[in-house]
Design a protein around this ligand. Structure first.
Ligand SMILES: [Zn+2]
Length: 261
């Protein structure tokens, strides 16, 4: 979600909590009628930030490398198949089928540990993940590392230019954060960037409309739940947190999917 440390971190952490406490998701009616979706397979989208030892601040910002490794073993052992947002979209729109027990692993912001500690582990399984990248990434995940992750099957989502809290942005700034971030990421990494992730999980109806108008197919939040095509500009995710037991990790995914059916 945010750069590692410093005073700028704190308001953003507060914003994260604010969004987590926001009980009611705002929905933007999809342009397509509900019956237009070929399928509405519920998919758990996991949210990670740092994959490394705990540093400071919010426990939702960290899982340890060994915890991440255990979770990957759990997913494999329980028949889950990590997929990209594009694969989910293709299932919902009837272009392709998802594997049994799909799950999306999304990693926000772009930290070096996501390359060193997450991508390298995922590569052993030949599993994709989603990197929600901030363009002006002051966190030192280098372009060459992102390119390698793309080569390993990662999908890139836009997480804005500056990790701006979009509800506070003027219309011009909002447009720039959405449109320019997409353009830069697509140009730099040579891949389509069709999915968006709200910084801090914070959005409102105006922001959702702008995301839709910028051409994104869907956008993710930090509301708890499994994603379905309904309310596609406010897709829920499941935040994985420091020290979470594997049984809790598994039951939160199962519960989210069951609730979305
Ligand atoms: Zn973020």
């Amino acid at each position: 979600m945010v750069p590692l440390s410093g005073r700028r971190h704190q308001p953003r952490i507060a914003a994260l909590w604010l969004a987590l406490l926001c009980a009611a998701a705002i929905t933007l009616s999809a342009p397509a009628a509900a019956s237009a979706w070929a399928r509405h397979t519920p998919v758990p989208i996991l949210v990670y930030h740092h994959v490394q030892g705990y540093q400071a601040g919010n426990y939702l910002m960290y899982v340890s490398t060994s915890q991440f490794a255990s979770q990957l073993r759990y997913l494999r052992g329980h028949g889950y198949h990590p997929v990209t947002m594009r694969q989910v979209w293709d299932d919902w729109t009837g272009k392709a089928d998802l594997p049994r027990r799909p799950v999306v692993l999304s990693l926000d912001d772009g930290y070096p540990d996501q390359y060193f500690n997450a991508a390298r582990q995922l590569r052993r399984y030949h599993w994709p993940a989603v990197l929600n990248l901030v363009v002006h990434n002051g966190t030192a995940l280098r372009d060459v590392q992102v390119r390698r992750m793309v080569d390993w099957g990662w999908e890139i989502g836009s997480h804005t230019l500056d990790h701006a809290i979009l509800t506070r942005c003027s219309s011009a700034t909002l447009h720039r954060e959405l449109v320019e971030s997409r353009r830069v990421l697509e140009h730099k990494f040579g891949v389509p960037v069709d999915f968006f992730c709200y910084p801090g999980g914070i959005y409102d109806r105006r922001v959702m409309r702008a995301v839709r108008d910028a051409g994104y197919l869907a956008a993710t939040t930090i509301h708890y739940g499994a994603a379905t095509p309904y309310g596609r500009y406010a897709l829920p995710r499941i935040a994985v947190y420091w020290g979470e037991s594997l049984s809790t990790f598994g039951s939160r995914m199962r519960q989210a999917v069951a609730q979305a059916r």
